[in-house]
Design a protein around this ligand. Structure first.
Ligand SMILES: Nc1ncnc2c1ncn2[C@@H]1O[C@H](COP(=O)(O)OP(=O)(O)O)[C@@H](O)[C@H]1O
Ligand SMILES: Nc1ccn([C@H]2C[C@H](O)[C@@H](COP(=O)(O)OP(=O)(O)O)O2)c(=O)n1
Length: 418
């Protein structure tokens, strides 16, 4: 049995599981004996003879695991019989870092359960998976058991009753956000790119663009002001005006030199995609350090964007699911240049939509998701506000472009030495 699977199994009964239905997590845990508790809600409305299954990705190789997770969804969707319900799930050890593993939860009617079982046994033999089946265990369908299939042979490992579990303080994906979704050092992000060179040849081209280290040769003499905010809040308009008014250099993250590869890495799973943006910030930091010796520097998006979108994507549901304020996930990377000031442009949802429509440009998938998903938008905005590091000041972007410019100039003069 693979070492990684073995270590997961050694504390299996202490794990908590969550099944996401319409972005809402439902938690359950395992119990050796049944104490009369009702089965968790995800098993509700099923008939005694129906079956559920969970398929969790268990590989010690982060790159392989990240690539395999979306592939597994396609595989299951293509091969599952009709009427089989598929949703995302995960499992974790409470408060244990990096213990979160992801997978899918399937509900199958009795008619197809033998078929699904065969399919999963077959898949489990070929892929790094932990498969469990769930069945009603008498008691009028109120008690359900989890049977964990052995990852090496076809014999079962253990059976447990499943009972509802309290919601943890924040979404358990926070347990593995650090260095999977958000990178806090140049080396951690570069390491992901070095490891994925075998599977994505373009990673080598990105590596070639990188500086030798995160260190910048000198601290900028002039103020460095970063403009942040959701798409269409007016960043491009304002950065251009600031450049002219202040005679500043205008930079962006990701930097232009990474443009040829952005669309490609946007299609990669979060681990690789987020490492791409993290590395972009370090390239931009070098450019800031250079330009900042000669003139003020205005930067269109930087670390706040990288971290806020990553944290908001890794967490589902309402803002209350975000890691709590003050959590280490909101901290500024110790080796990344700190701007003098970060300005966050805010705009109400309706006006933003109107500006997006007027502009009519193509949007990234993530930006399209912002439109469709109000909760995601709220999570991004709140994550923006929670990030610590350089002072971050909110600017109301709803007045006319000129008024926003005047307000921003005032803030820059009050917060930076110009
Ligand atoms: N203060 C403003 N008032 C009205 N429209 C604006 C204002 N600032 C920008 N716009 C318009 O809104 C759209 C989005 O602005 P843009 O600067 O491209 O945003 P971002 O760079 O944040 O995506 C553009 O069509 C722009 O002309
Ligand atoms: N420094 C950055 C810049 C953008 N990103 C990510 C976050 C979102 O997925 C997209 C948003 O970038 P996009 O270019 O669509 O946004 P604008 O059009 O500049 O407003 O890129 C990032 O992670 N780090």
């Amino acid at each position: 049995m693979a070492k990684h699977a073995k270590s997961l199994l050694s504390r299996w009964s202490s794990r908590v599981f969550l099944v996401e239905v319409d972005e809402k997590p439902h938690y359950f845990r395992l119990q050796a004996r049944h104490g009369g508790e009702r089965a968790p809600r995800v098993f509700g409305r099923l008939r005694q003879e129906d079956r559920c299954f969970s398929v969790l990705v268990c590989t010690g190789d982060r790159i392989k695991g990240a690539k395999f997770y979306p592939e597994l969804r396609d595989k299951l969707s293509n091969e599952l019989p009709p009427g089989c319900d598929l949703t995302t799930m995960g499992s974790f050890l409470p408060r244990v870092r990096d213990s979160f593993i992801r997978g899918y939860f399937l509900k199958s009617s009795a008619e197809y359960s033998a078929h699904v079982e065969r399919l999963l046994r077959d898949l489990g033999r070929r892929e790094p998976l932990l498969v469990c089946s769930y069945a009603a265990s008498g008691g009028g369908g109120q008690a359900w058991t989890q049977r964990l299939w052995s990852p090496s042979e076809d014999e079962t490992v253990s059976d447990y009753f499943v009972v509802s579990s309290d919601e943890p303080e924040c979404h358990p994906s926070a347990l593995s956000m650090i260095n999977n979704d958000v990178f806090y050092s140049f080396e951690e992000a570069r390491d992901v790119f070095r490891k994925c060179r075998d599977v994505i040849p373009e990673a080598a081209s990105v590596l070639e663009m990188l500086p030798g280290s995160a260190e910048v040769s000198q601290k900028p003499l002039f103020p460095v002001v970063v403009l942040e905010g959701l798409d269409a809040t007016g960043k491009t308009t304002l950065t251009e005006s600031l450049r002219e008014t202040l005679g500043a250099a205008l930079l962006r993250s990701p930097p232009d030199c990474l443009s040829p590869w952005r669309a490609l890495f946007d299609r990669e799973p979060p681990l690789i995609r987020r490492a791409f943006y993290a590395l972009g910030n370090y390239i931009t930091a070098q450019q800031i350090a250079q330009e900042g010796m000669k003139t003020p520097v205005i930067v269109d998006r930087f670390w706040h964007s990288t971290a806020a979108y990553a944290i908001a994507t890794a967490t589902g549901g309402p803002v209350s699911n975000l890691p709590g304020e003050g959590s280490e996930v909101y901290s500024w990377p110790g080796d990344l240049l700190r701007p003098s000031l970060v300005l966050l442009l805010t705009l109400d949802a309706e006006e933003r939509k109107r500006r997006l429509k007027d502009r009519g440009l193509e949007k990234t998938d993530e930006e399209q998701k912002l439109d469709r998903n109000q909760l995601f938008r709220l999570r991004v905005e709140e994550a923006y506000r929670r990030i610590s590091g350089p002072p971050c000041v909110t600017v109301d972007a709803s007045p006319s472009a000129d008024k926003v410019l005047q307000q921003t100039l005032l803030l820059i003069r009050n917060n930076c030495h110009l």
